[in-house]
Design a protein around this ligand. Sequence first.
Ligand code: FES
Length: 578
Amino acid sequence: MAPSGRRKTPEELRSYQWYGVDDLHGFGHRSRTKQMGFAKEDFAGKPVIAVINTWSEINQCHSHFKQRAEEVKRGVWQAGGFPVELPAMSLSEPFVKPSTMLYRNMLSMEAEELLRSHPMDGAVLMGGCDKTTPALLMAAASMNIPSIFVPAGPMLRGNWRGETLGSGTDTWKYWAERRAGNITEEDWEEIEGGIARSPGHCMTMGTASTMTSVAEVLGMTLPGAASIPAADSNHPRMATASGRRIVDMVWEDMTPREVMTMDAIENAITTVMTLGGSTNAAIHILAIAARNGHDVSLELLDDLSRKTPVLADMRPSGRFLMEDFYYAGGLRGLLNRLRDLLHLDCVTANGKTLGDNLDDAGVYNDEVIRTRDNPMSDEGGLVVLRGNLAPDGAVVKHTAADPKLLKHVGPAIVFKSHRDLLERIDDPDLDVTADSVLVMQNSGPVGGPGMPEWGMLPIPQKLLKEGVRDMVRISDARMSGTSYGTCVLHVAPESFVGGPLGLVQDGDMIELDIMGRRLDLQVSDEELAKRRESWTPPKPHYPRGYGWMFTQHIQQADKGCDFDFLQSSELVDEPEVH
Ligand code: FES
């Protein structure tokens, strides 16, 4: 039951304005629905449920969504609702260029406006591939009609010659081995065929698994939903149960903002930390929080990170994959071990509290989900850095870094852009050693554009051949949640708009102190002021179109990279229906 404890009447349904009114427009809506073969009994007086489906033929992670949408609809029909499937942008992580992050806000706008402009009383949001989850949660918060999220579920473990492969993570690992000349072209092709072998999103603790877990702990899914592998028959049953549940959520008038409270946001941050989750969550959670009217700073993430042990032994920081996590007890099992660090009274999609939902959750493998006295690390996986190189913050996933590099001083090697990096990184004459600090500029929200996942700068080939596998790397880009290494990311403000990262020159000494939360350029203020005076802004990327709008309105990483005009929590008036 919703916190308010009241149930709507059919006349109070939003869709009543379209279907229930005896006027010319009501006639039009009813007759056009009948045109599609539905009878009055199918829709009259029933909650209309949007099934927002991010399926497309170019989103590999959502390839099962055509079928899952049918299973969601089955649940909606069972519970006495009227399901309407609405396709939305699918944002396939590998295929969309220059970066899906350029389009996260566009999907959130699309989903919000799809709900607003149609006779929808509630929504089932189907996502999973990285940006789709935050985009749909942002839309739900802004539209604020009852909504439930159906996560795509992780794909099965990858396999190559008996070895378990993790999507993303092992791609980088074996690519480094190939560049070092340690594996053949045939090996590489076999890996290509074995690394992603079922529907579902990446099965490492990358951005997808992190953000679907965030959706669950926020209370926006049914309990346990985020950990179920896409190929498991529990997955379609969860989809159908979500379809049934949304109908009741509409009658109960249980809205996203009643669920995504500030306490729930804190739970989400704690969960990211204990999972050793993706650095991208730092951006998405800030954006989701702001849409719900909560002001969250990077410091809150750092504070909660310091209090939260990493209990999930998951790649890329650890050893296991989502399929193992599910069999070990999944997110519910893990969170049950962390009860004292969570706000257990938060209400969730099934109408019960988070605490109620965790009560009977067990853990069946203490290696995958560690005990409190044997954590992967005592602190969470994310550190927020500040210093003269990142006045508005930067993040690093220290659990995926070489411990030797947690404190490091080294000379900068500066790449002006990603293109510059690709052209020179393997140059045998590049004056680089394992102590160098690789700096990439102009790869942030405006500069990338769209803050692409270029932040795991490749190790120069000549160092790879010497056995070097990690170096300090700094950029204003993001990094795939499946990546690893000592990569300082999200440096704000970004270099393209005049941030100090754009003033770094070859040979400048950079000091990184991860446990001290510092990132400093050892260059005097006078010298930096001189460089700033002669700095000229790069040429804008877009003369027109969506890209132009994006670069005019995108905010920096420390604000969640939402558009300034979307970030308000103010509700928009309903459209005039008659
Ligand atoms: Fe879709 Fe990784 S490619 S989640």
